[in-house]
Design a protein around this ligand. Structure first.
Ligand code: NAI
Length: 327
């Protein structure tokens, strides 16, 4: 067997991680032949809870789980890891504005970015989950110039999966029949779920559903699905978010199936006229541990307008955290 892959995970005693760690330990990211080592980070008051999670990981006797480190020291957690999943963040409290959340959580990501910069491997694969995910990834990138900026990504795979599920329901098909879904933009209500290129059993989805559904029902249903889950459950999506993170990492590492792509929030290279440097969700193809933004898709005026609105939101979020961006 090969050397274990080391994965740092922040917020490891939280809800998402309770659904995620066991699947990673079972091999769901790196596959069935690759041992893993988990570096679990929490804030000091949550270390007791995290020890309990470690007890349960031990009790599963996962053959691929080489070792588990439990720590409240980010230098230990992030030391030379192959991948880092930044899940830990403060939830939005009562009466808190979105801008307060951005500033509070931004501080976590500027400090973790600076530490990753010191102790991390330059080619560490990063997925930011804690909200606001795109802007937290932007802050992390700005504070970690030694890390390959292309490897600093944020999660929109949950949105992508939600979009596939909605289209499957509408067309009476299964999720396995659907290819080429796209989520553009920010992981927020301005995101743009787009069926323009999607196929259902090889047929154009846009020929199977009416335009009014695609524009007026599908987009808001996907974009507001997180809020719908919070209303129904009393807390935010956890198992589906965990599944999204695992899909994001597994696809990045193991590749997209031929003829399909996925959605990831990645460093914009100016594709589709989006500002270079923003962390923006695009359709990407993955192969051999690398991703490529799918180029030259024909974007309708309706979708373009929404893409620009999501870009504008990301610009404003970036301006809100200007203090946390060095230089
Ligand atoms: P949770 O509140 O159950 O867990 C968060 C954990 O992070 C807590 O255990 C807390 O102690 C820890 N934490 C806080 N600050 C930390 C720090 N500086 N270092 C290490 N750990 C720290 O929350 P849950 O449900 O696990 O969600 C985590 C985040 O993921 C939230 O920001 C949530 O909004 C976001 N989220 C993102 C989604 C996406 O698609 N991008 C989907 C669903 C949730």
């Amino acid at each position: 067997m090969s050397q274990p892959k080391r994965i740092a995970i922040t917020g490891a005693a939280g809800q998402i991680c309770y659904s995620m760690l066991f699947r990673i330990a079972a091999g769901d990211i790196y596959g069935p032949d690759q041992p893993v080592s988990l570096h679990l980070l929490e804030i000091t008051p949550a270390l007791g809870m995290l020890e309990a999670v470690k007890m349960e990981l031990d009790d599963c006797a996962f053959p691929l789980l080489n070792d588990v480190i439990v720590t409240d020291d980010p230098r230990v957690a992030l030391d030379k890891v192959d991948a880092a999943l930044f899940v830990g963040a403060k939830p939005r409290g009562p009466g808190m504005e979105r801008s307060d959340l951005i500033t509070d959580n931004g501080k976590i990501f500027s400090s973790l970015g600076a530490i990753l910069n010191e102790v991390g491997s330059p080619d560490c694969k990063v997925c930011v989950v804690g909200n606001p995910a795109n802007t937290n990834a932007y802050i992390l990138k700005a504070n970690a110039p030694n890390i390959n900026p292309r490897n600093i990504t944020a999660l929109t795979r949950l949105d992508h999966n939600r979009a596939i599920s909605q289209l499957a329901g509408k067309t009476g098909s299964t999720v396995a029949d659907i290819n080429r879904m796209v989520i553009w933009g920010n992981h927020s209500t301005t995101q743009v779920p787009d069926i323009s290129y999607a196929t259902v059993n090889g047929k154009a989805a846009s020929d199977m559903v009416d335009k009014a559904w695609a524009q007026e029902e599908f987009i808001p249903t996907v974009a507001k699905r997180g809020a719908a889950v919070i209303n129904a459950r009393g807390s935010s999506s956890a198992a589906s978010a965990a599944n999204g993170v695992i899909d994001h990492m597994a696809t990045w590492i193991q590749g997209t199936p031929a003829g399909d792509w996925t959605s990831m929030a990645v460093l914009s290279d100016g594709s589709y006229g989006i500002d270079e440097g923003l962390i923006y969700s695009f359709p990407v193809e993955c192969k051999d541990g690398e991703y490529t933004i799918v180029s030259d898709l024909d974007v309708s005026d309706f979708i373009r307008e929404k893409m620009l609105a999501s870009q504008q939101e990301l610009r404003e979020e970036r301006d809100t955290v200007a203090d946390l961006l060095p230089g």
